[in-house]
Design a binder for this molecule. Structure first.
Ligand code: ME8
Length: 518
């Protein structure tokens, strides 16, 4: 089933002004699940993540910590951001930092080309800027401050005062791209997802685009504008280009051509950068925009976006230390529909962990394996005569495969898991109905017992493959315990369905042990 099709998926690159919280981890896990899913099916997959290290926000946090910006970025990347990849068991193929030379030289190359194409000019500019967003804000996104900021204008997202910036800047002719963008959205209805995000972007662009200031002179923590070194590149233009620089834009070695266009998973607060500015820069250069920009919702705390600046962030390891990375991945992918906001609660996490992972899936696996041990001395029964009830289970497995594939194509990971869970529930019910422990009492039922357990093992094989992108550690263990050979990451669900283990079961420690509540 190896398609060899390219699947390039990216996360936002994260500001290194602080340490990660579960809101950042969420996008990482979503991208990782999609990458593992595609890799498993033989697609030519590339998963990129990284860090966004220039701009005023980083410079100021470095100053506040008495460090040079580069030193500060190095510290946070090594102590906080790279360790998060391990905490979440991510399978990223690359990690880009915007302070790397490979990034800087390619950003300069791209900007030179954009300038040569006639899309850049110089002008005077004055507007209100939010350093938290690293963005000039329209009036509609500025509100009156409260508390210590009473009487001041603040950013609606960060609740911090806006700053008046007046500079001579280079501008990108974004307004000239308004109609080409609208034409592109129309011709590619799946480009921006979900639909609510698409509608928002289309009406924003219809309401008129202004040219974009893409350089700064008031500070110097950034990449130099190649034709005028007294300016640095606006941090968002620098950051968006990471999706190109990491895959060798302009190198001519074929990697870029092989991977692009990519799929971007982004938070809804940074949708316009990805669905307006980024494709506009590409349309200007006659390069194909991304295949898909998918806007995720926010993890909320008390109804507000969990955030570093508001000190409401929960570090991912607080969860993984107790529940493990598999449960973290499962929970966030299952409990929240990608594209909608969600609230995290320890109670909900614990309830789903115990009901779905421990009792639903883990227990099913241990029951089946212990019965094969008990009744067949560990040998998985072979060449069994299937009965209509067994056929039904195999049919449910086929449906789970089909429905989950279809959901993943839409990035609806929660729906894919729900489709897979129909097989978990059906297998649990099947064991309860077939009552292998009753069949085992009468030698005359030996063949029937063999068929039931062989079918249950096949069902577990399909589950191991389908759930591998979501809970890779538990499913590798399960695959080994039912006599599966080879790395699970390279087996498709259909191959697992046709697979009849000729092996033996082996001991399987509880996949999801119960956790005593403190
Ligand atoms: O925006 N729930 O970086 P960033 C869900 N460097 N997602 C959340 C979240 C929450 N509570 N809090 C943050 C930047 N995020 C830029 C990106 S890409 C070329 C440059 C998400 O560190 C947020 O929506 O502020 C965004 O998608 C991502 O974390 C990075 O945020």
């Amino acid at each position: 089933m190896a398609s060899g099709e390219s699947f390039y998926v990216t996360t936002p690159i994260f500001y290194v002004n602080d340490v990660p919280h579960i809101g950042h981890a969420y996008a990482e896990v979503a991208a990782d699940v999609l990458a593992r899913w595609h890799r498993q099916r033989g697609d030519d997959t590339w998963f990129l993540t990284g860090t966004d290290e220039h701009g005023q926000k980083i410079m100021r946090s470095a100053v506040a910590n008495n460090m040079q910006p580069q030193e500060w970025a190095d510290k946070l990347v090594e102590e906080a951001w790279r360790p998060m990849l391990k905490t979440l068991n991510l399978s990223n193929d690359d990690f880009i930092r915007t302070t790397e030379e490979r990034h800087e030289t390619r950003v300069q190359k791209f900007l030179t080309e954009l300038n040569d194409a006639g899309f850049i000019y110089e002008d005077e500019f004055e507007a209100l800027y939010c350093v938290g967003c690293e963005e000039f804000k329209p009036d509609s996104e500025i509100v009156d401050g409260e508390g210590q900021y009473e009487g001041q204008k603040v950013c609606a997202i960060h609740s911090k005062p806006m700053e008046l910036l007046k500079e001579r800047n280079y501008f990108f002719k974004l307004s000239a791209l308004q109609q080409p963008l609208l034409d592109y959205y129309e011709a590619h209805p799946d480009f921006i997802q979900p639909t609510s995000a698409r509608n928002e972007v289309v009406s924003f662009v219809q309401s008129g685009l202004h040219d974009l200031s893409i350089s700064r002179t008031s500070f110097d923590w950034g990449i130099k504008v190649p034709w005028d070194e007294s300016h640095i590149v606006y941090v968002w233009v620098d950051a968006l280009l990471n999706y190109f620089t990491a895959i060798g834009y302009g190198d001519g070695d074929g990697q870029f051509e092989r991977r692009w266009p990519g799929n971007h998973i982004v938070g809804k607060d940074i949708l316009r950068f990805h669905a307006v500015i980024w494709p506009a820069m590409l349309l200007a250069m006659k390069i194909q925009p991304p295949k898909r920009v998918f806007a995720t919702g926010w993890l909320l705390v008390g109804g507000e976006k969990m955030s570093k600046s508001k000190l409401t962030g929960i570090p991912p390891q607080e969860i993984t230390d107790t529940f493990g990375s598999d449960a973290f991945r499962y929970y966030f992918m299952r409990a929240i529909h990608l594209g909608q906001d969600g609230s995290f609660s320890w109670e909900d996490l614990s309830a789903r962990y115990h009901a779905e992972l421990a009792n639903g899936f883990g227990n099913l696996a241990s029951r089946v394996i212990s019965m094969v041990k008990k009744y067949f001395d560990g040998d998985i029964p072979q060449d069994v005569q299937e009965h209509v009830d067994d056929e039904k289970i195999l049919e449910i497995a086929r449906t789970a495969i089909r429905d989950s594939e279809e959901a993943i194509d839409r990035f609806a990971v929660d729906q894919a898991i729900a489709a897979i869970w129909k097989l978990v529930d059906a297998l649990n019910l099947y064991i309860t109905d077939q009552q292998p422990w009753v069949l085992a009492k009468d030698e005359a039922n030996r063949d029937r017992l063999a068929a039931v357990l062989a079918t249950a093992v096949r069902g577990l094989g399909v589950l191991a493959v389908l759930l591998n992108p979501i809970t890779p550690i538990a499913t590798e263990k399960l695959w080994g315990a039912i006599g599966g050979e080879g790395a699970l990451g390279g087996i498709t669900p259909t191959e697992a369905l046709d697979w009849k283990s000729s092996g033996r079961v082996s001991d399987l420690a509880s996949l999801f042990p119960r956790i005593e509540q403190e």
